[in-house]
Design a protein around this ligand. Structure first.
Ligand code: XIL
Length: 356
């Protein structure tokens, strides 16, 4: 009887077999089979808070910029490209050997004022083409994954078919701007993984259901038209009070997988403004939402990555829209404002560690 099995037999006899774990044959390979976890990085605290930097190094395998790649950051004026913030975050990512993804090439939000002057299809196509060529080529070989089109589906209105979200691109080019963006990005960097990123498709309720159907229809149309779309990002910005619709979310993920697409959780956080005051109760609900979301996704596939929209409650966009009336700080993220891991972190760590 070999040494290892003797120990196993003894431990099994004494403590019960469930305590016996064989050491993985190759610990590094084992670790590498983890699903990469990442979070968005904000350049402000990145430059002034050493604990913030350390948290990414300790917890993340991938990063995405919170800002710096929005149109208003990259192109404050029509003729000026400003890569400073994006480059600063990329330098941090490179120094720590973490891939950084690109967020985002086409979004209705975070647009500079001057884009309101765009008033024809030709002008819109010219600006979009220039933008994608400049930005994607600058980061070719460095940014391997792009959130090409962000939040294209409009908010559902009861009784009406769900449409595309108004934007300068939709207004001037119609829905073909989505195809165009994917084609351009693919032309410029044929090896980059190109994602469509959307929110509001995880929860229970009629609006989320309408949005799930609209998203699936859009994805099918894009693929039918031959757009180089490689994956779907489920943002996971969740309303705290609403349950996840696990069955419908699982089915949606299965549909994407059967279309050959990768599936990513890209921006998880929970709006906790209407949840009870008790931090422990709130943390438990936030963790439960993540558990339900990840369980539903994992029931259909292993996601390519899991991201939260920030790493610490110290710096989060949630209070911009979801400040609590009682003045307590929001608690949407894996680490609290003092960088202590919360139950949400345990849930993420559990799922990302599933090596199956
Ligand atoms: C938010 C940022 O966190 C804010 O700092 C910024 O002012 C606005 O955008 N969906 C997205 C993200 O894809 O880009 C948004 O980020 C949050 C919603």
């Amino acid at each position: 009887m070999g040494g290892a099995s003797t120990v196993a037999a003894l431990a099994g006899g004494t403590f019960g077999l469930n305590l016996v774990r064989a050491a993985p044959a190759n610990a590094a390979a084992h670790r590498n089979r983890r699903i990469p976890f990442g979070a968005c990085v904000n350049v402000g605290p990145l430059q002034k808070d050493a604990e913030y930097r350390a948290a990414f190094v300790a917890y993340c395998q991938q990063l995405v910029p919170e800002g710096g790649m929005y149109w208003y950051d990259l192109r404050p004026n029509r003729d000026q490209f400003n890569f400073g913030i994006a480059d600063t975050i990329l330098t941090f990512a490179d120094a720590n050997e973490m891939p950084m993804r690109g967020h985002t090439l086409v979004w209705y939000g975070a647009m500079p004022e001057w884009t309101k002057q765009i008033s024809s299809a030709a002008e819109a196509e010219r600006e979009l083409t220039l933008h994608i060529e400049r930005v994607v080529s600058r980061y070719r070989g460095k940014i391997r994954t792009w959130h090409v089109v962000n939040e294209p589906i409009d908010d559902p209105v009861a009784g009406k078919p769900v449409g595309l979200r108004p934007s300068v691109w939709l207004q001037n080019l119609g829905s073909k701007h989505i195809d165009l963006a994917f084609r351009l990005a693919h032309q410029v960097d044929p090896s980059a993984e190109l994602l469509l990123n959307e929110f509001g498709v995880e929860s229970a309720g009629a609006d989320a259901e309408a949005k799930r159907q609209a998203l699936l229809a859009l994805v099918r149309d894009l693929l039918a038209r031959g757009a180089p779309l490689h994956g779907v990002g489920l943002q996971g910005h969740l309303p705290g009070k609403v349950e996840i619709d696990r069955d419908r979310l699982s089915q949606l993920v299965s549909e994407f997988r059967s279309l050959g697409l990768s599936v990513h959780v890209t921006e998880f956080d929970v709006a906790d403004d209407e949840l009870p005051a008790s931090p422990a109760v709130r943390d438990a609900i936030v963790a439960a939402r993540a558990y339900d979301l990840l369980e539903a996704v994992f029931a259909a596939t292993r996601p390519a990555a899991v991201f939260t929209w920030g790493i610490t409650d110290r710096y989060t966009w949630i209070p911009m829209w979801h400040k609590r009336a009682d003045g307590l700080i929001n608690r949407p993220l894996p680490l609290d404002q003092n960088y202590r891991p919360k139950p949400l972190w345990s849930v993420i760590d559990y799922f990302c560690g599933q090596t199956g």
